[in-house]
Design a protein. Structure first.
Lengths: 477, 465
């Protein structure tokens, strides 16, 4: 620790705005992933001026700086891999303005995702992207990771709902990107910065689009005796052009974990369930619900249940959104993956995941955004057993490799961070990565902002190493 | 002519074959932009050829401008230098089509119409209903960043572009994004290509998410005696549960534009008689769904039109929709051909400020005695066509003044305004890229990375990039 820097941070933020004792720092060394890294300081800015000051001090003292919302991320994006100043936005948590007529809201980065939707619900509005951690995660973190969620199937992910930002560049410069009206002229810098995983700037203010709450929502639960029947249902719905607002799948292993804990009404003996939300005009939703039920039955669904009221609907969704908590009761440590595949490859991929599980001695659970092919295999392991943990990582890597072979992606919504940097060569050539690195270096010239994220640290190495995952705390979605 | 441009044709012939090089002085003006004619044009037939050509150009500091169907090359500032036209029209294949996953990968030179035909076989489509639809290529559509009336429901290209493969200004082949509908791996560099006018890279391949063709579509037109009333209906729709696929408000003068002989060439089929009136503002909206949904639209739109004070309403049946929709899509080309010196401004403001903006447009155009027409998208994007009677110094002065005043008025409403189209000779006096933006310095950083030598479309972009 550098006493001069501590002194300067205290001067800038007040003593209650700076943590530096190791017993305090330990609380900030994880996020929701299996990664760790202890910051040297944890600071709590109150406004943009504070953030710019922190960035100036980091530059002056040549220490890394990392932004952090609620620390629910699943790829180590908010973990201080190289130590340094961890900037936590929990004090910048105000909704600054809501413009009902123009469907806009301006928020500080520390606003909790679900709180924004709650704040505008009485106006008949909501903020669409809804990560499973939405009761804790922040909009600033969502912007950094370009977060998704179940309801992004029909409505798009974070980048489709963010219009403008104020950011502090790693050089300390405060700039505005995008515009509150649509179509700002010039290059789409917003598109570049959203999802840059905190490596290009610290976000201090965000203008988002709000959406009118649908007049009708219908929630359906389809129960299957074979996993293949469920995955084939998803493929056929996609091909028929029926786009539910959400289409989630839980396999038997996950159903039993959830049902024990949440009592959502999922049948314990099912091989898989599909959970659908259909929303919009009631005249459309009714016909679409019939269409979904028809396709499910065509693929041998044992039963298709329609939630009768809001209470039943909430209960079914509680089952989905608390699934990771439920898994935690069975296995306190587990590894969640985030691969994406073309939806036509769902049946083949789930079979492959099962084979990989057998090969490494795991029963791998599956709960995922089936509608957009975004898988979340869950690999439970014993964290005290280092060898088992390594096998868990190996099996996860094999799953991801298969996703890429299917034409898919290594991450659909969790980000690359420090979890998958070594897997980037599966998708991108050195030339592809170099262009991205050059962009990072242009905005983050000293590499002080969120160092050693996204990019594999050994250049020219096409091999995948398992290096960064050395400890194994609990993970959750 | 420099040595490099002298050896250009033979070098290009080595790379792409002699038949794919254009260097006959009678053929080259077809590739001209703002009066600049390139020394040669080349039609590469493969990725490798594009890489070779750009590498050669970069080494010799030759300025390359990428083109497709050449329908929107006059957008932006005049090029600072223009040596070589890179004609992508031979690269026109569907690389991969996965209708079961609703994704498609195409080469940049594929015409939108050809792609639409392929997708229609699977009852799918890409919602890029852009101007010059019958000729435009997918690559040019992305590079020009023109919008589509279908954005009301489907969003713009940035909402369904999944990834691109491109060649940098140094001739490096790279890609960004992927082929699946959900993906956050790496930086979204592909989004930068949208609207970049070919200043960042030569886009080779493009991956999209597709959509299912709606079974039944209808449209509804309501006429009003003021912009305010037409927009009042727009606001009522925005506050309802309706989710139409298009929603635009037209100024009265659009009636004559869209029923003109010029419009006949761009529109599919005869324009429904008496649909618009040159004395009224019109709200036009298209929607899709099952019979019950369509019936609901009829009831609600009729009610909202009445509440907003419509003087006349009409619902268009399936046989009339294509003619009306195609003219809405082709508003820009129709306007461009309707005056010897059409100047088009693109304005974006918050939806609730559209009334104030349109009033300012009318006031400014009329005070400068410039005929005008406007198409205002429901989401707050307004295209204003200034339609001078002649292309001469006096009209140039008046149109430039009107454009400047409109840009200032838009700035006062915290909006964005640019001049995507105007006569080449007028560009030097026009604020093509609008008011100066604070983030231009960041855009310079981006340009420098993609094209360090400045050989790709030099000078056409914002800030002279």
């Amino acid at each position: 620790m550098d006493t001069r820097l501590l002194h300067d941070l205290n001067n800038l933020l007040g003593k209650d705005g700076v943590l530096h004792a190791s017993e305090d720092l330990i609380l900030y060394e994880n996020d929701g992933s299996v990664e760790t890294g202890r910051p040297t300081y944890v600071v709590f800015p109150r406004n943009t001026f504070d953030v710019a000051g922190i960035v100036r001090l980091a530059n002056q003292h040549q220490v890394p700086m990392i932004g952090r919302g609620a620390g629910t991320g699943l790829s180590g994006g908010a973990v201080a891999r190289k130590g340094g100043i961890l900037t936590v936005f929990s004090r910048m948590n105000r909704v600054l303005s809501v413009d009902v007529d123009n469907l806009r809201a301006v928020v500080q980065p520390g606003v909790v995702n679900a709180d924004l939707s709650l704040a505008v619900a009485h106006l008949g509005l909501y903020y669409v992207p809804d990560p499973s951690s939405q009761k804790a995660c922040t909009i600033g973190g969502n912007v950094s990771e370009n977060s998704g969620g179940p309801h992004t199937l029909a409505y798009g992910v974070t980048t489709n709902h963010v219009l403008a930002m104020e950011v502090v560049l790693p050089t300390g410069e405060v700039i505005r990107l995008g515009s509150t009206p649509l179509d700002p002229p010039g290059y789409d810098l917003m598109g570049l910065f959203v999802g840059s995983e905190g490596t290009l700037a610290l976000v201090t203010e965000i203008t988002v689009k709000l959406t009118r709450l649908p007049e009708t929502v219908k929630t359906l639960l389809a129960i299957f005796d074979r996993v293949d029947d469920a995955t084939e249902t998803v493929a056929e719905l996609t091909a028929r052009g029926i786009t539910p607002a959400a289409c989630e799948m839980l396999d038997g292993w996950t159903i039993r974990a959830v049902e024990d804990y949440v009592h959502a009404g999922f049948p314990m003996d099912a091989a898989a369930v599909l959970l659908f939300d259909l929303d919009g005009l009631r005249e459309a939703v009714e016909v679409d619900a019939e269409g979904v039920a028809e396709v499910c039955k065509l693929h041998r669904a044992r039963e298709v249940r329609l939630a009768r009221d809001a209470r039943e609907r909430d209960l079914l969704w509680k089952g989905r959104k608390n699934a990771f908590g439920a898994v935690g009761r069975i296995s306190p440590t587990y590894y969640v993956q985030d691969g994406v595949i073309p939806r036509t490859k769902l049946p083949a991929t789930l079979k492959r995941i099962e084979e990989i599980g057998k090969k490494y001695g795991f029963e791998i659970g599956n709960i995922f955004h089936a509608g957009d092919g975004n898988l979340h295999p869950i690999i439970p392991f014993d964290s005290r057993d280092e060898a088992q943990f390594r096998r868990a990582v190996q099996s996860a890597d094999e799953i991801i490799q298969f996703c890429v072979e299917m034409g898919g992606s290594i991450t659909g919504e969790h980000g690359v961070g420090m979890e998958k940097d070594r897997l980037m060569p599966l998708m991108f050539s050195e030339a592809d990565l170099d262009m991205m690195r050059h962009i990072r270096d242009a905005f983050n010239p000293k590499g002080l902002l969120n160092p050693e994220k996204i990019f594999p640290n050994t250049k020219g190495c096409g091999e995948i190493r398992v290096g960064s995952l050395t400890t194994a705390p609990a993970a959750r979605e | 002519m420099s040595t490099a441009t002298k050896i250009l044709p033979s070098r290009l012939a080595d790379i792409a074959g002699p038949t794919q090089v254009v260097n006959d002085p009678t053929d080259l003006p077809a590739y001209g932009i703002d009066g600049k004619i390139p020394a040669a044009a080349v039609r590469p037939g493969s990725t490798e050829e594009v890489v070779e050509i750009v590498k050669f150009a970069a080494a010799e500091k030759l300025a390359v401008i990428v083109s497709g169907a050449r329908t929107k090359l006059n957008m932006g500032l005049p090029p600072r230098q223009y040596d070589l036209a890179l004609d992508m029209t031979r690269l026109d294949r569907v690389v991969a089509c996965d209708p079961g996953d609703l994704t498609v990968a195409v080469e940049a030179g594929i015409p939108l119409k050809k792609l639409a035909g392929v997708l229609a076989e699977h009852k799918q489509f890409l919602p890029l209903a852009v101007p010059y639809f019958d000729r435009a290529t997918v690559g040019g559509t992305i590079a020009s960043g023109v919008d589509t009336p279908l954005r009301q429901f489907y969003g713009t290209a940035r909402d369904y572009l999944l990834g691109v493969e491109y060649v940098t200004g140094e001739g490096i082949l790279a890609k960004s994004g992927g082929r699946v509908v959900k993906n956050v791996t790496g930086y979204d560099l592909h989004k930068l290509m949208i609207g970049s006018l070919g200043t960042l890279g030569v886009v080779l391949r493009i991956n999209f998410r597709m959509f299912t063709l709606p079974e039944k579509t209808r449209a509804f037109v309501a006429l009003f005696d003021s912009a305010g009333r037409a927009l009042d209906m727009r606001h009522r729709m925005a506050q309802s549960s309706l989710t139409p696929s298009t929603l635009d408000v037209f100024s009265p003068s659009v009636a004559d534009l869209l029923s003109s002989d010029v419009a006949v060439r761009y529109g599919s089929g005869a324009f429904p008689a008496n649909l618009l009136s040159n004395e009224h503002w019109a709200l036009t909206t298209g929607y899709a769904g099952n019979d019950k949904v369509l019936a609901r639209y009829t009831v609600e739109l009729s009610r909202m039109a009445q509440e907003a004070g419509a003087v006349r309403v009409k619902e268009l049946g399936p046989e009339e929709v294509p003619a009306a929709f195609s003219r809405k899509r082709e508003f820009i080309p129709i306007a461009l051909e309707s005056s010897p010196a059409t100047t088009i401004l693109k304005i974006s403001v918050l939806p609730m400020r559209m009334k104030e903006m349109l009033e300012a447009v009318a006031r400014i155009a009329e005070s400068n005695s410039v005929p005008w027409a406007a198409m205002a998208r429901g989401l707050g994007v307004i295209f204003v066509a200034l339609l001078p009677n002649e292309k001469n110094e006096e009209w140039r002065r008046r149109v430039t003044l009107a454009a400047d005043q409109t840009i200032s008025a838009c700035g006062g409403l915290e909006g964005n305004a640019t001049v995507p189209w105007c006569p080449s000779e007028w560009k030097s006096a026009m604020k093509i890229w609008g008011l100066e933006r604070a983030d231009v310095a960041q855009m310079q950083k981006v340009k420098k990375i993609f094209d360090p030598a400045g050989v790709l479309s030099p000078g056409r972009f914002m800030g002279g990039l």
